[in-house]
Design a binder for this molecule. Structure first.
Ligand code: NAD
Length: 365
């Protein structure tokens, strides 16, 4: 993940698929087409060294097939790293269905997709992602058992995700200020949806001074009233005098424009891909002395929770496993300091080391 994968740069007319796949060594990419249901989907299996490739299915109106391929390759690789650093016996995979989630859905389309997932024999396990709802996944589940995160099973992952972000933030506080107490710390939470709201709860209980921001005014008001958090309108959030910035809405909010405005000491939040360009912005944060708790490390609670469905834990156990994000995050900071490398790079190295080590064990009887 040290570079942003860009299939369009590696894709040529002569090598439209295998070339981009080879950049980050994807194992298998499956193209699924069915005229009768209108299904057009791509399933990417990045790496199964640690176990079956798990990752959600996203339905999105991609501009073209290349954009869909780029997205599925990038996302599936991200899942490999997230699972590896979280100590899970899972590989990384992802699927994208090309289409408009508001108009192109049907029972037949999802059941046909389920048959494609099933044809991989468990090498790829799917779940919900952007544009997909529980009902869609129930249709997929009618054709394959390789589905997780269904209603009535491991349940809403958001509380566990928020807890992981909270302990990751505490680890960052420990590293920065010598104590992991968040009492009196000024924390700005951007996005108070499923994860953000739970995070606000944990922060309030810990005695932090919480600022919140969301484009959904109703939700913003509700969370402000419930937890006594202070509302900050629009992008004024980037100019606040705060200790911690917690992006819990969108990716890429740490970019050329915001990085010069941010006055925080720590960035720790739930959003995926917070750094617009890892190599560029990870380095700038290191130079500016802003401690970045890598997103895919501290937001892994949701994956840990969904994994519980496969291995038969309950949510209590998932919370206990998620607690370990604290130690992992501290370890990443240690490596980053020792090697003077950005924290995201230290996290990537740790994940790659685990994959290599367990891969070797698996070669032996
Ligand atoms: P959500 O959709 O419930 O909440 C996101 C919130 O952000 C919404 O309230 C939305 O109105 C707000 N928002 C959108 N654009 C905004 C903007 N420009 N400025 C301010 N607020 C804005 O999503 P969620 O499940 O809470 O996930 C939050 C983030 O964490 C996402 O990036 C998601 O990919 C990531 N994540 C979630 C989980 C999980 O378990 N839900 C796990 C890992 C990562």
């Amino acid at each position: 993940m040290s570079e942003v994968i860009n299939a369009s740069q590696t894709n040529t007319l002569e090598n439209p698929v295998l070339n981009p796949m080879s950049v980050y060594d994807h194992e298998q990419v499956v193209f699924c087409q069915d005229k009768a249901t209108g299904l057009k989907a791509i399933i990417a299996v990045h790496d199964t060294t640690l176990g079956p490739a798990l990752g959600g299915t996203r339905m999105w109106n991609y501009v073209n097939e290349l954009e869909a391929l780029t997205d599925v390759l990038r996302l599936s690789r991200g899942m490999t790293y997230k699972a590896a650093i979280s100590g899970l016996n899972l590989g990384g995979g992802k699927a994208v269905i090309i289409g408009d989630s508001k108009t192109d859905k049907s029972e037949a389309l999802f059941r046909r997709f389920g048959k494609f997932v099933d044809s991989l024999g468990g090498k790829y396990i799917t779940a919900e992602d952007v544009g997909i709802n529980p009902r869609d996944m129930q249709y997929v589940n009618m054709e394959t058992d390789f589905v997780t995160g269904l209603p009535g099973k491991s349940g809403d992952p958001s509380p566990v995700t928020a807890y992981g972000v909270f302990v990751g933030m505490k680890a960052a506080a420990k590293e920065r200020w010598g104590s992991d107490s968040l009492e009196g710390k000024k924390v700005a939470v951007q996005g108070v949806g499923h994860v953000g709201e739970h995070l606000v709860k944990y922060l309030t209980e810990a005695g932090a001074k919480v600022y919140i921001n969301d484009i959904n005014q109703e939700q913003l008001k509700k969370v402000a009233q419930e937890y006594g958090a202070e509302v900050v309108e629009g992008d004024a959030l980037y100019d606040l005098d705060i200790d911690i910035y917690a992006p819990c809405a969108l990716g890429a909010t740490v970019n050329d424009e915001t990085i010069s405005r941010l006055k925080c000491s720590i960035i720790a939040g739930a959003a995926n891909n917070q750094l617009k360009d890892e190599t560029v912005h990870g380095k700038i944060l290191l130079e500016k002395g802003i401690l970045y708790a890598p997103d895919f490390v501290i937001n892994a609670g949701g994956l840990i929770n969904v994994n519980s469905e496969i291995v038969g834990y309950d949510q209590k156990e998932s919370f206990a496993m998620t607690e370990n994000i604290y130690n992992t995050t501290l370890n990443i900071f240690k490596i980053s300091k020792e090697k003077n490398i950005p924290t995201y790079q230290a996290a990537n190295q740790l994940a790659e080391e685990r994959i290599a080590a367990i891969g070797k064990i698996n070669q032996k009887w």
